[in-house]
Each structure stands twice: as structure tokens, then as C-alpha cells.
Ligand binder design. Structure first.
Ligand code: PLP
Length: 416
């Protein structure tokens, strides 16, 4: 029997393992259904501990880490909470946390890359990113030597560092414009012969990779939490947490109530908050003025079947909008209380938790999981010398010849 099958949530049709869309044209995410109904952790390294609920046939041994969950003392006491668990994604050797690009995007990139290897994919993978995803894919491609075309907004290029000495399999293109412009250009490129799109939220490997945050939190704390907090841009991590929770519910050993999703967005650019609450919380200058612009996504998968709206409705969840002041206060609070630096995006989740406590949305004795989506970059820099990825080409979103220029550069870089 197959390890898993991939089905459309609308028509129920079984699809090829690697499909990104329903072939009947339904506006629905596809979802992986695993044959193993119970979560059995393996003794394989990093994320592969959760191999039986990852949609791969095989693993990448080197370089993968996983979420490390622990019970909070410092922040819990500051907030008057008794059962607060931190799901830490990043670098923190004292806690055995080794996500080497310091965010949970490593949880998406490894399973996605493993599937390309299974398919013996010879085409060049195209990834558009505001930075953290690009860094995670650069990391795994440096290990597997899969050719990678990164399309990144120019202002995000500082996030493109690596711990690897050489990265010959990467072509880095910067786009004058925002994340959406980068996505648009990447989309056009991915449709050309010789290129392949990684699929974003539609890719079950990305979602189930991120879903391992919930798996780790529940295995460690022994029970599904009442509440799950995360900072979101696309909201894919929220969808993933919901999907993982449904599997854990069906496992039968971890409780019978889905955790409520508490998703945090950063003002003044909070499109998911806007969609959910029917208010306008998206400034014209977005992503300008955000605490961390990795949290901006102009077209998040909100209304699509199996998307953010369904996840919030199914779990009785809610969205928070966080000001820059709240985020920076929360960052300081967390770092002082827990003793590790965190990614600014993760501070938005902490600020959402602070809001929730004040509003009485969570009770002091309830089990809460706080997803720290990124952390430990400062800590990493004590142990490693970070290297900027070299830029192969700079283009403008307005340049009609941008696509052709990239294709030419790719041919140069990869000798194809
Ligand atoms: C990408 C990212 C997020 C938001 O993730 P979603 O895809 O919206 O779930 C949050 N924090 C960090 C550090 C990220 O890199």
C-alpha cells in the first residue's frame, strides 16, 4: 500500500503524488492522506523524525533540523500562564535546535527538495521569496546540488546569507519591486520549458513540513494544545497546523479538540486580518512600514477550499493585528525571558499572545503552543561566519525584457 495519497478537498479525486492543483479545476488545495493513522516518530535525523507523516519516499540525511518544543518558565511567568510551550524553530545548540537558516522555512525546503530528487527532476526549480524561504532553499540546494533560481525583491537581499562555502547551484535574481512582483516574475519563468515551480501553499510537502511544528509540540507536551499562536503572512503555517492537528486528533491518543488558531499579522500591512474581519488594514505603501516584511503577502490563500478561512472556521480561530511598538516590546519581553534572540516576524506571534492574554482569549491554565517561527540568528553568528549569496542579475519589475534576461543569465550560470 502507498505511504500516502493526495486528494482534492472538493471532488475527492485522488491525484498524482506531486500534483499542485485539482485536474478537474476545483478551487481547492490538495491534501495528503497518510496510510499510517498513528504518529510514530523515527530515529532519523532532523525533520525526518516525522517521516511517516511526510509526503516523501526517502530523506536528505545531511543538514536538516527540526522544531524543538519546551515548556516555558520565563515568558509563562511574565504572562501569568501555567502551561505555555514554545515551539522553537532556529539555531540554539543548548536546546539541540539546529535549523541552520534560523526559520521554519527549513521545514518546507527539505521535504520539497526530497520530492524533486524522487522525481529525478532535471529542470531548474524557481523560488520567489521575501527572503527566508529563499535562504532555506539555498541551504538545501547547497547540500543536494539541485539547480535553483531564486527571485527575490531587491530590498530583501540582505536575508540571503548562507553557512556554506560555495553555492554553485544557485542563480540569484533581485527584482526592483515587492514580493508580489517577485512572485509574478517567478511565475512567468516557472511556466517556461526547463523550469519548475515549487508550488508554495499548494505543495503538500511544504505544508506537511511546516505541520511538523504541531507534531513536535504535541509529542513533547503529550496532548493537543487548546491554543496555537503564529505570525503569518500567507497563513500557510496556520493551515499546516490545522491539518496536522486533524491527523493528531484521528490518531486518538492526543485529545479530541482541535487547537484554536491565533494568527498574528503586522500593521500597517495585514491583508488576512482585513479579509477575516472585513476591515481595511492594508496601507497603500505596503510592505513599507512593517516590523518585518516577510509577513506581507498580497494574495494569501484565504478563501480557497482548505485555506486560511476554513482553518480559522474549523478551529474557532482568530486573527490579530500587531503594531510595530507592540512587536518590538514583545521581542524584548521574549528575549529577556527566554534567553535567545528571535526573528522579528516571530515577535508578532509573541505580541499576539500578549493581546490574547489581555483580552481573556486564553485562560491561565490552558495549554498553549507559541510557534517561534524563527530565532537564534545572533546565536548562529557566534559559531559560524555567514556569507552573502552573490547576486547573479538585477532586474526591474517594469522591465518587459526581464524574463528574457533571466533566461539568458540562467543559461550562463548553469551552462545549459
Ligand atoms: C514565512 C514566515 C512566517 C509566516 O509564515 P506563513 O507562510 O504565513 O505561515 C512567519 N515567520 C517567519 C520567520 C517566516 O519566515
Amino acid at each position: 500500500m502507498d505511504k500516502y495519497s493526495v486528494k482534492c478537498l472538493m471532488c475527492g479525486e485522488v491525484h498524482d503524488h506531486y500534483s499542485l492543483n485539482c485536474k478537474k479545476g476545483d478551487d481547492s488545495l490538495l491534501r495528503a492522506y497518510y496510510t499510517a493513522k498513528q504518529l510514530i516518530p523515527s530515529d532519523m535525523p532532523g525533520i525526518w523524525r516525522y517521516y511517516n507523516w511526510l509526503p516523501t519516499e526517502g530523506i536528505i540525511e545531511e543538514g536538516s533540523g527540526r522544531t524543538i518544543t519546551y515548556k516555558s518558565k520565563g515568558l509563562a511567568s511574565d504572562l501569568g500562564l501555567d502551561d505555555l510551550w514554545i515551539a522553537f524553530n532556529g539555531y540554539w545548540p543548548q536546546k539541540d535546535a539546529y535549523l541552520m537558516t534560523c526559520t521554519f522555512k527549513d521545514l518546507e525546503s527539505f521535504p520539497t527538495m526530497q520530492r524533486l530528487r524522487e522525481q529525478q527532476e532535471k529542470r531548474i526549480m524557481v523560488v520567489a521569496s521575501a527572503g527566508n524561504t529563499a535562504r532555506a532553499f539555498a541551504h538545501v540546494c547547497s547540500i543536494t546540488s539541485q539547480p535553483l533560481l531564486l527571485v527575490v525583491p531587491k530590498d530583501s537581499v540582505h536575508r540571503l546569507w548562507t553557512i556554506h562555502e560555495d553555492n554553485y547551484s544557485i542563480c540569484l535574481v533581485t527584482v526592483e519591486g515587492d514580493y508580489f512582483d517577485a512572485i509574478a516574475l517567478a511565475g512567468k519563468l516557472a511556466s517556461l520549458e526547463g523550469f519548475v515551480n515549487e508550488g508554495g501553499a499548494k505543495n503538500v510537502a511544504r505544508r506537511d513540513g511546516m505541520g511538523t511544528v504541531m507534531l513536535d509540540a504535541v509529542l513533547t507536551s503529550k496532548e493537543l494544545p487548546a491554543h496555537y499562536f503564529q505570525a503569518v503572512g500567507s497563513g500557510t503555517g496556520g493551515i499546516s497546523a490545522w491539518e496536522a492537528s486533524m491527523r493528531l486528533l484521528a490518531d486518538g491518543r492526543f485529545g479530541d479538540t482541535l487547537p484554536k488558531l491565533h494568527l498574528g499579522q503586522s500593521l500597517p500591512c495585514a491583508p488576512l486580518y482585513s479579509l477575516w474581519n472585513g476591515v481595511d488594514a492594508v496601507d497603500a505603501a505596503c510592505p513599507g512600514g512593517m516590523y518585518d516584511d516577510v509577513l506581507f503577502n498580497r494574495k494569501p490563500p484565504f478563501a480557497v477550499k482548505g485555506g486560511v478561512k476554513d482553518a480559522l472556521e474549523a478551529t474557532g480561530g482568530t486573527l490579530y493585528a500587531v503594531s510595530n511598538k507592540e512587536a518590538s516590546d514583545a521581542q524584548e519581553l521574549f528575549e529577556n525571558a527566554e534567553g535567545i534572540d528571535i526573528n522579528p516576524a516571530a515577535a508578532v506571534a509573541v505580541a499576539s499572545l500578549v493581546q490574547a492574554v489581555k483580552a481573556g482569549n486564553v485562560k491561565p491554565g490552558e495549554k498553549i503552543v507559541l510557534n517561534i517561527t524563527g530565532g537564534g540568528q545572533k546565536r548562529l553568528m557566534q559559531d559560524y561566519k555567514l556569507k552573502q549569496l552573490p547576486i547573479s542579475l538585477e532586474v526591474s519589475a517594469k522591465d518587459e525584457g526581464a524574463e528574457a534576461k533571466v533566461v539568458k543569465k540562467v543559461a550562463e550560470v548553469f551552462g545549459v
